[in-house]
Design a protein around this ligand. Structure first.
Ligand code: SAM
Ligand code: SF4
Length: 326
């Protein structure tokens, strides 16, 4: 078991499989983003070795993210091998959905259990403006393919940006009337790369909730008022699915955080919104023993920060979101 000094049992690892992406969402990275050379990123055998180590330390929940995890070469084989690691009980992915129409079935067959798909609007024009390059139809087909492949329950992630999609939250929430999905609205967080927009155009969960309730009626608390992961969840009357709010900026869930992140270049990051990291890839490449790596992980976890410092103006500027793994 990997405990931090506050007694939290850290057992959930989010792995950024690549910093590369086939979109350029305005809230995530600049349009002229330069990516790391592949040699600097964890190779398949290195990812697998680290997953085995983490599983051995009691981590049982793994999420593959990025960048865009589906653009990684050999992603299906990598998922297959990860799914077979003893101790890996939950294996899911966060994806923009663009490539899911052809990858959903192979990924499901390889052992992927669920997907969270990012979809910030149902308006094709606004979708292109938010993602700079994306076609809404590709993602919609991807969502359908994920449903058919059994990568369920599907969660839809929508980041809300003032001036881009704040009025679209109503149509997104309306999806839950028809589909058994959890549509989660995420407050935009500040990182390097797009900080100006991220600080000025935040839409709070409170405002999003008001917009939805004004149009669609009251949101009733679901899950007995408990968090589902990081989301506070509700449902509309008669709905098949749920509406969730991830309000990391205005209502942080740090006290209940059980997660750690592995960056695409093999650094253990204990808080999404704090710059501190522990390098695992360099010692691994320099021949550190498994016992040494294990101890490095345990020491890193022990010093996991209590929570983020956004309220005090502390913004992590050493990386953009896609390098860390959202
Ligand atoms: N490319 C995949 C995707 O978009 O789902 C996975 C990586 S992406 C960095 C993971 C999640 O982070 C997505 O749901 C995305 O919308 C969210 N995200 C990106 N930048 C963000 C920001 N500045 N604040 C809050 N969420 C953000
Ligand atoms: Fe790519 Fe996901 Fe970032 Fe959008 S949010 S640019 S899809 S990594």
């Amino acid at each position: 078991m990997a405990l931090d000094r506050f007694g939290r049992d850290i057992h959930y690892l989010r792995i950024s499989l690549t910093d590369h992406c086939n979109l350029r969402c305005v809230y995530c990275m600049p349009e002229d983003m330069t990516f790391r050379p592949n040699a600097e990123l964890m190779q398949d055998d290195e990812v697998l070795l680290l997953v085995r180590l983490f599983a051995n330390l009691g981590f049982d929940k793994f999420r593959l993210t990025g960048g865009e995890p589906t653009v990684r070469l050999h992603i299906v084989d990598l998922v297959r091998q990860m799914a077979q690691v003893p101790g890996v009980r939950s294996l899911s992915m966060t994806t923009n959905g663009v490539l899911l129409s052809r990858l959903a079935h192979p990924l499901a067959q390889a052992g992927l259990q669920r997907v969270n798909i990012s979809l910030d609007t149902l308006d094709p024009e606004k979708f292109r403006r938010l993602t700079r390059w994306g076609a809404l139809g590709d993602v919609w087909q991807g969502v359908q393919a994920a449903q058919e492949a059994g990568l369920t329950p599907i969660k839809i992630n929508a980041v809300v940006v003032r001036g881009y999609n704040e009025s679209d939250v109503v149509d997104l929430a309306r999806l839950t009337l028809e589909y058994n999905w959890q549509v989660r609205f995420i407050e935009m967080m500040p990182f390097a790369g797009a900080t100006e927009l991220q600080l000025r155009q935040v839409v709070t969960a409170e405002e999003i909730q008001t917009r939805i309730e004004t149009e669609l009626g009251p949101l009733q608390q679901a899950n007995n008022g408990e968090l589902d992961g990081e989301a506070r969840v509700f449902h509309l009357e008669g709905a098949q699915g749920e509406v969730g709010f991830i309000s990391s900026v205005t209502v942080p869930f740090c006290a209940a955080c059980t997660r750690a992140r592995l960056t695409a270049d093999g650094r253990l990051r204990l808080c999404l919104l704090r710059e501190g990291e522990v390098d695992l890839l360099t010692p691994l490449r320099q021949g550190a023993s498994l016992e040494e790596l294990r101890q490095t992980i345990l020491d890193g976890v022990w010093y996991k920060p209590w929570g983020h410092g956004l309220a005090e103006g502390v913004i992590p500027l050493n990386r953009v979101m896609s390098e860390i793994g959202g």
